[in-house]
Ligand binder design. Structure first.
Ligand SMILES: [Zn+2]
Length: 217
């Protein structure tokens, strides 16, 4: 994107000049609330997700707080067309995340609604996942999931909780079997989107871990 050529030159936090491969200066980097949860089964995020769907591991790069720079960076990534922040997030993730013995064997991202992606011009998760794919040497399949519409008849039967995730139904786009999938999204709040995608991926004897840029607990 054109904007990427000019970004980042100034710190997102304090506007001072910085190297072109950074998003924030060293001082502002200290103000980002990174999540120090282990990539394992003991985290609060894992416990929250495990109420919604079975999962192996859960990892969040940052805490999504009201005032934090993490929120501002994600906003720029999603709404200001600054796709290159995805690469910076990938670098930060690679510095912190060690899969150990339990390395996933496929990366999958939550698909955007096609209309949204046309308007935005990119899926904000793709560059992030591509960089992680290279770093960890795990294949990334950006077409593993697709969005589908609920059918009206089925919709009528759904309870209130399920209606909340209306428009967030996914379907497997290809035959993926027996894999440990790492499902990637930007921000997790209620977990409803993640859950809708997770149940689809858990078919075919797959198992699942999740990775988010930020968690809003
Ligand atoms: Zn700064």
């Amino acid at each position: 994107m054109l904007l990427d050529m000019f970004f980042p030159r100034r710190c997102v936090g304090c506007s001072q000049m910085i190297e072109s491969d950074k998003a924030v200066c060293d001082a502002c980097l200290m103000n980002i609330r990174f999540s120090y949860d282990d990539f394992g089964t003991k985290s609060e995020l894992w416990a929250k997700c495990n109420l919604l769907f079975p999962l192996e591991n859960a990892f969040a790069l940052m805490i999504f707080d009201e005032v934090g720079l993490g929120r501002e960076l994600i906003h720029q990534l999603k709404y200001d067309g600054i796709e290159s922040i995805g690469k910076i997030f990938a670098d930060w993730t690679a510095q912190r995340l060690n899969f150990g013995e339990d390395k996933p064997d496929l990366l999958v991202t939550i698909p955007l609604h096609p209309k949204k992606q046309r308007i935005r011009g990119y899926n904000q998760l793709h560059l992030y996942a591509e960089e992680l794919s290279k770093f960890y040497d795990i294949p990334f399949d950006h077409q593993a999931l697709k969005r589908v519409k609920f059918q009206r008849k089925a919709q009528a039967k759904r309870n209130a909780e399920e209606r909340k995730i209306k428009g967030q139904a996914f379907a497997l786009n290809k035959d993926i079997r027996g894999k440990h999938i790492l499902l990637i999204d930007d921000v997790i709040t209620t977990g409803n989107t993640m859950s809708a995608a997770a149940w689809e991926l858990l078919k075919n004897e797959n198992k699942l871990s999740i990775l988010v840029m930020a968690v809003d607990l």
